[in-house]
Ligand binder design. Sequence first.
Ligand code: AIR
Length: 184
Amino acid sequence: MKERLVAVWGMFALHCRLYNLWEEPLSKPRVAVLMGSKNDYDIMRPAEETLESLGIEADVRVISAHRTPGRLVDFLGEAEKTGFEVVICGAGGAAHLAGVAAAHTILPVLGVPIESSPLKGLDALLATVQMPGGIPVGTLAIGKAGAKNAALLAAAIIARKDEGIRANLQEFRRAQSEDVPDRP
Ligand code: AIR
């Protein structure tokens, strides 16, 4: 009888694990990191890594304003309801992703121009930064520095109402200063 109970309990536990019934509920992603192509991931990875290092969960997706316009509208239509607080968009070339994303949500949208074209990101920078008045996009630097800064800016936005993230951001700044040598 005892063995039978143990076996039943084992099966129950296994199924709970299989169907994620027993897992701690995953914390909800607060920042969406979107990019126009999977080929942008190398440039956008610092955004994901920086957010992770600050304790902010990100949802990283490939969504192109031109190639997958339906995906863009569907995702952003739900983004605020789903619990996202900031949207980061990286795109190269005629980079409309951040602007179109901003048109579909009132969440703050941060744009990262990517140097994936023969114009080395200058085209993406102008396309992202030159939004006509009415729909803002906060535009960061071209490339990896922009991706990292987009994450830090997203953290600063979240830190306004999250003491824990504020502390993480302050610690990041402190450690960064400490890393700078007095002399070369
Ligand atoms: N892109 C994709 N759809 C719209 C735009 N602007 C951008 C991507 C990528 C570049 O086009 O963000 O930087 C080239 O994409 P791929 O997939 O051809 O390498």
